[in-house]
Design a protein around this ligand. Structure first.
Ligand code: WTA
Length: 641
């Protein structure tokens, strides 16, 4: 069977197929020269003389780009645009209720950021200090990020859906001295008790001296004397001008916690120069941004997509970016399309899980709204199945809009594999080909490089500027996680197929990370939350196919002696995980298991658990190494769902 192909339709002034080939070859032949020129997308305070200084080998492991340059990304997002586009809208804020919104120009945003940078300084924040942001999708989130960047402080944004415990862990890990939050969030008509969550978290976070509280809903929230400061009052008291701090290209810009296959979430550290170049150039080229475009990425700033394509990528280019504080199905299933019509959105970027959820509700929710402003659609976060791709293309984009299926990771800083919309022929379900400067390879379990049409583990053979630099406080874990499996290469954790045309088809994670509605979740995290419950002896968590979420969470739970399985307890455990980690980690299925399948050395055989969860019980493979093969029969018999 051959895959359907949607030929690229060239657009005047856009990168075409020949130009893509030229750039790809140039970047492969001369990375130094290519990335020297590409860095011209930023205004450097002190020009760099070195470009690429990287090695993935253990003996001289290092990742440095533009190492002796200095550049301030706040100045690049704001100050340099004032002369040419001061009165252009930088951020269109769209609240939870349709039409409850605001428009902030570059000049206004610059003023807000300068003031808030002074607020941070007034509260003792200095270059290199960590600042945790636990906020809704409001303009103040972008203001706080850019204010940190302005003074060289490191922001750590924690998604507002995480629990007080998860927040506390992330604050402790990086010793933040200041937290910015809001009284409450407001999503899908429901309130989220952000400030109350911060209060709970801070009972275990002695490093935090100050909490700045933005007024979002106006709810009365308790304020702790000497620690909590209302945002409005602090802004009113602060000076209005603040020169950008000179920041080294390799000075940290932000930490963002993400799930891995083992242990607690790790603090992915991105630095300034290379990340800035990556966010700016990928935004410009993959979305083919032009003057006058209105760009809407529906991601939350609590995830990397929100960092690179709500805030940094668009603002570095002087674009107009939409910040959406709502959900796709509130007040109804037409919310995205109604908002696109009202705001005149031209470039729209969302996740397959949202597309699948809306597709189920029928075409009429889309068709009743005018989508003629749309020129391009994007997808991110998980593989998009061809049916969803087709619906997105045909119904949403009226067959007019190219779809950019963008593959990347928190670790990669920005998009690595994606079509260029007017250069690359599209195949539904494939992220197509690597961007210039990206060298993907497929390897087998032994690390042998596989050529041609094949399937294997996806690695990247050489560094690119937007790559993460370390795991905060744990450089050994950084090397161990990403560079030790296949020495000399960056291991993505993804499996992938490459077809005869050199197109890449991501098949999903090959490690113990699962992808639930485009949110990354470590099975180990959910397991440790479950075993923290008083009635649970042991737990094993795997992913299972889920029609809307992509993957769902399937938990096998062994209870302590004397505890009885019941539906009531199922509900209790689900609620428990919600409060331990957050609603996104709530198991979709819980199977009470008298015992788990283990090898004689006591290792849980997850391969078997995955198959049972998938309902693929006809072919469980070799179970002869199990300590007690009868365990499997019981699990198959009692499978839920
Ligand atoms: C998956 C999100 C297929 C992949 C930007 C990766 C994708 C993980 C795609 C990273 C895509 C992301 N097609 N799979 N277009 N985009 N993924 O760190 O498994 O939240 O490793 O970054 O999402 O998730 P993360």
């Amino acid at each position: 069977m051959t895959d359907p192909i949607y030929p690229a339709r060239p657009r005047p002034g856009s990168i075409d197929a020949a130009e893509y080939d030229r750039r790809y070859a140039a970047a492969a032949r001369d990375p130094e020269g290519y990335w020297r020129e590409a860095a011209g997308c930023l205004d450097w305070a002190r020009p760099f003389t070195t470009v690429k200084d990287t090695s993935f080998a253990e003996a001289d492991f290092r990742i440095r780009w533009y190492g002796d340059g200095t550049v301030n990304l706040s100045a690049n997002c704001l100050d340099r645009h004032l002369a040419t586009r001061g009165d252009q809208v930088a951020i269109v804020w769209e609240g939870d209720e349709p039409g409850d919104g605001a428009r902030v120009t570059y000049r206004e945003l610059h003023a807000l950021v300068c003031r808030f940078a002074n607020v941070l300084k007034d509260h003792g924040v200095r270059k290199g200090d960590r600042v945790t942001l636990y906020l809704p999708m409001i303009v103040e989130a972008a203001v706080a990020m850019l204010a940190c960047a302005r003074i060289g402080a490191i922001h750590s944004v924690v998604f507002g859906g995480f629990s007080p415990d998860s927040l506390a862990n992330r604050i402790q890990d990086c010793d933040s001295r200041l937290v910015v939050t809001a009284d409450e969030g407001c999503r899908g008509g429901k309130r989220v008790p952000l400030k109350a969550n911060v209060d709970k978290a801070l009972a275990h976070c002695p490093s935090v001296e100050t909490v700045i509280v933005v007024r979002r809903t106006g709810a009365e929230v308790p304020m702790t004397e000497g620690r909590d400061v209302p945002y409005d009052a602090a802004m009113a008291a602060a000076a209005s001008d603040c020169a950008p701090e000179p920041v080294g290209a390799e000075d940290p810009l932000f930490i963002l916690y993400t799930s891995g296959s083992t242990g607690k979430p790790k603090g992915v550290l991105h630095t300034t120069g290379g990340y800035g170049v990556w966010a700016a150039t990928t935004f410009r080229d993959v979305f083919d941004w032009r003057e006058g475009d209105v760009f809407w990425c529906t991601a939350d700033v609590g995830w990397v997509t929100g960092h690179s394509y709500v805030v940094y990528g668009p603002l570095l280019n002087g674009a107009t970016t939409v910040m959406f504080d709502g959900v796709p199905n509130y007040p109804d299933h037409g919310r995205f399309w109604e908002t696109i019509a009202r705001l005149g959105v031209t470039l729209f970027y969302t996740a397959p899980t949202a597309i699948r959820a809306l597709m189920r509700e029928g075409d009429s929710w889309v068709e009743r709204h005018d989508r003629s402003s749309l020129r391009l659609l994007g997808s991110v976060g998980e593989p998009i199945n061809p049916e969803a791709w087709d619906w997105y293309h045909r119904v949403v984009g009226e067959r007019r809009c190219p779809i950019v299926d963008t593959w990347w990771q928190t670790e990669t800083g920005g998009i690595l594999i994606a079509p260029l919309p007017y250069a690359t022929d599209l195949k539904p379900g494939s992220a197509t080909r690597p961007l210039p400067g990206v060298l993907p390879q497929l390897v087998d379990a032994e690390g042998r490089v596989l050529e041609g049409a094949t399937e294997g583990n996806l690695v990247i053979a050489d560094s690119w500027p937007g790559q993460m630099r370390t795991v905060w406080n744990d450089h050994a874990r950084f090397f161990q996680t990403y560079f030790s499996t296949y020495p000399g290469k960056y291991f993505t954790g993804d499996g992938c197929r490459r077809d005869a045309d050199g197109y890449y088809w991501i098949t999903g994670r090959v490690d113990d990370v699962i992808n639930v509605s485009g949110h990354r979740m470590g099975t180990a995290e959910v397991e440790s939350a479950l075993v923290a419950h008083a009635k649970v002896a042991e737990a094993a968590v795997v992913g299972m196919p889920h029609e809307v979420k992509g993957q769902g969470i399937y938990a096998y739970v062994t209870l302590n002696a004397g505890e009885e399985p019941s539906d009531g307890l199922r509900g209790e455990l689900r609620q428990w995980v919600r409060s331990e980690i957050g609603p996104i980690a709530s198991p979709d299925a819980i199977q009470f298991a008298p015992a788990l399948p283990k090898t004689r050395s006591g290792k849980i055989m997850r391969r078997i658990l995955r198959k049972i969860a998938e309902g693929d019980t006809g072919n469980l493979g070799d179970v002869s190494t199990l300590a007690d093969p009868a365990v499997v029969e019981t699990l198959v018999r009692e499978r839920v769902g």
